[in-house]
Design a protein around this ligand. Structure first.
Ligand code: CO8
Length: 258
């Protein structure tokens, strides 16, 4: 499928979705967000895809929602149209793992998109920020919630209230990103991680994504119960039998997603 604002390539079980609006630093227009939701849904439906990498350009992962487009809208437009609501819901329904490979600016909605992914791998050029305050608004697709969970209240307040940017080193130290690599190695690192995930049983991968995400939604005892029941349930799978048998027989497991 051809897209106006994205490039999508699938190889070795990994779908790479590249945001592609260089003229606006990948600013997130409604077209871009709609196409992204479609591309993710297609990747979810494609049995050959076992992991998804979402990335941008060297200069920008995404510099936020498209300010030009938003500047024309009224409260009634965004409220009654539920601006970005459907697309975000569709993003969050993707059950395959999504790695954000971030170089350059990840600001506002760009930072929020990265945080909606499951793992963030950053180039040493990455800059994260929630500068919506400078436009007279606040984050709209999770910034006040996910950044706070990721880096704690003090740093999240600092980022949202001052609008300052966090560089890659600070983001790694604060726990927002899982790895920082030289910009030239960003895609190799992301594809390496995606390739590793693609080798595992998709049943187990999906269970892990659900269980870790559960930790962001519920209290500890409910989360622990969810995890324990999921652990018990996986004893029903052929891949669990194969994984443990392969360990005992000192060989690599052959998972079949069953
Ligand atoms: N929207 C629209 N156009 C943009 C955006 C944007 N967010 N960011 C950059 N551009 C455009 C510029 O207008 C410029 O276009 P042109 O060449 O036609 O004038 C081009 O991209 C290049 O940008 P700059 O010349 O400004 O490049 P610099 O290197 O000088 O500066 C910056 C880079 C610092 C990233 C600067 O462009 C900037 O501050 N951008 C805006 C960042 C921002 O405020 N982001 C938050 C937006 S609000 C938001 O995200 C709300 C989230 C709520 C929900 C989101 C759902 C998706």
């Amino acid at each position: 499928m051809g897209y106006e604002t994205l490039n999508v390539e699938t190889s070795n079980h990994v779908a790479v979705i590249r945001l592609d609006r260089p003229e606006a630093l990948n600013a997130i227009s409604s077209t871009l967000l709609g196409e992204l939701a479609k591309a993710l849904k297609a990747a979810q439906a494609n049995d050959k895809v076992r992991c998804i990498v979402l990335t941008g350009s060297e200069k920008a992962f995404a510099a936020g929602a498209d300010i030009r487009e938003m500047s024309e809208k009224s409260f009634v437009d965004v409220f009654m149209g539920d601006l970005f609501g459907d697309e975000v819901d569709q993003f969050l329904r993707i059950r395959k793992p999504i790695i954000a490979a971030v170089a350059g600016y990840a600001l506002g909605g760009g930072c929020e998109l990265a945080m909606m992914c499951d793992i963030i791998i950053a180039a040493d050029t990455a800059k994260f920020g929630q500068p919506e305050i400078n436009l007279g608004v606040i984050a709209g697709i999770g910034g006040t919630q996910r950044l706070t969970r990721a880096v704690g209240k003090a740093k999240s307040m600092d980022m949202h209230l001052t609008g300052r940017f966090m560089d890659a080193a600070e983001a790694e130290k604060a726990g927002l990103v899982s790895r920082v690599v030289p910009a030239k190695k960003l895609m190799d690192e992301a594809m390496g991680a995606a390739g590793k995930i693609a080798e595992k049983s998709m049943v187990t991968v999906t269970a892990i994504k659900e269980a870790v995400n559960q930790s962001q939604e519920v209290g500890l005892s409910d989360g622990l119960l969810f995890e324990k029941r999921m652990f018990h349930a996986l004893f029903n799978t052929e891949d669990r039998v194969e994984g443990m048998k392969a360990f005992v027989e000192k060989r690599e497991p052959q998972f079949r997603d069953r």
